[in-house]
Design a protein around this ligand. Sequence first.
Ligand SMILES: C[S@@+](CC[C@H](N)C(=O)[O-])C[C@H]1O[C@@H](n2cnc3c(N)ncnc32)[C@H](O)[C@@H]1O
Length: 347
Amino acid sequence: MAARDWTVARETCHGRRGYCIIRVMTPAPRNRTIGLTDDELREYQKRLTTIGGPQSLSAVVDRVIHGDTTGLVDFLPDRCVDLLFLDPPYNLTKEFGDLRFNKTTSSAYAGWVDSWLAPLVRVLKPGASIYICGDWRSSSAIQSAAERHFTVRSRITWEREKGRGAKANWKNASEDLWFCTMGDSYTFNVDQVRLRRKVLAPYVDATGKPKDWTDGAAGRYRDTGPSNLWTDLSVPFWSMPENTEHPTQKPEKLLARIVLASSNAGDVVLDPFLGSGTAAAVAKKLRRRFIGIESNLRFACLAQKRVELAEVGGAIQGLVDGVFWERNSAPPPKVRSARSDQNRLLD
Ligand SMILES: C[S@@+](CC[C@H](N)C(=O)[O-])C[C@H]1O[C@@H](n2cnc3c(N)ncnc32)[C@H](O)[C@@H]1O
């Protein structure tokens, strides 16, 4: 049974006498999916923020705001955001809980993107960076909307290694991230986002010393500068501690690379399509502040739960010793995981 099914099944069973049915639905021991019981849903809902008028930064920072981004953004202060991460519904027919997004024409999708992108410009600092997620169908609309408001600096493509093969097309195994800035002066911490790669050709200099690589306990490796092709990410799945029931959850490792490269400790990260809270949880682990907006109550509560589980300095899978490791090559993280605290809310 898939991790998502498990959550739904437990809720369906809640309150019934059939104790053994609930035991049958108990997830496999290695299933680490973050779920929400009915009691948790009620508790986390109380901790969400709702806003109905202009706000100070202190009223919205480090908060999960429950509501519709369209309109709510108008209540955020001017020029308060250092990093804007946007992961909107793509131009696909897809359900996000009670919200169904319907695939439309490229020009209608471009108009929709612009309807929420234009009002966001006011809340960005002059040195802010912006990342916008998309798939190949949505990317042209995103690029043209982004070019109207920002300087587009790169299109990052990341390998999305999940899903079945296509029978009459090339399997879609990639997504894009449009990297933009407000101006020419912006944060880019290249040394914080190096990728540790195995060295295949261990060249040595005339004295026999390794050329730009290290012979360490972890083998022969080189910490390379980041490119706009990211092949080291795993889409969260049921045995990963960051996994939730959200249908399009982004990997924490992807957010960590963006947050480390394009912000500094204490900076404000805004995610107006927060989903399960990946950007907020990563911001907290990496000592940034965040503002998150999510319209679906259940996802907003999941985001709140993830934020509360995330510790400052908490583990991010694949980011160890200050470098990003190739997929499935990182040693276990050295910091304590927040997972042991997961159920403290209802203790
Ligand atoms: C692609 S998902 C984001 C996933 C997220 N990055 C994560 O890692 O979990 C888009 C999210 O935007 C939310 N959403 C869609 N329209 C919205 C709106 N107008 N205001 C706020 N949230 C919205 C959906 O409910 C969905 O959870």
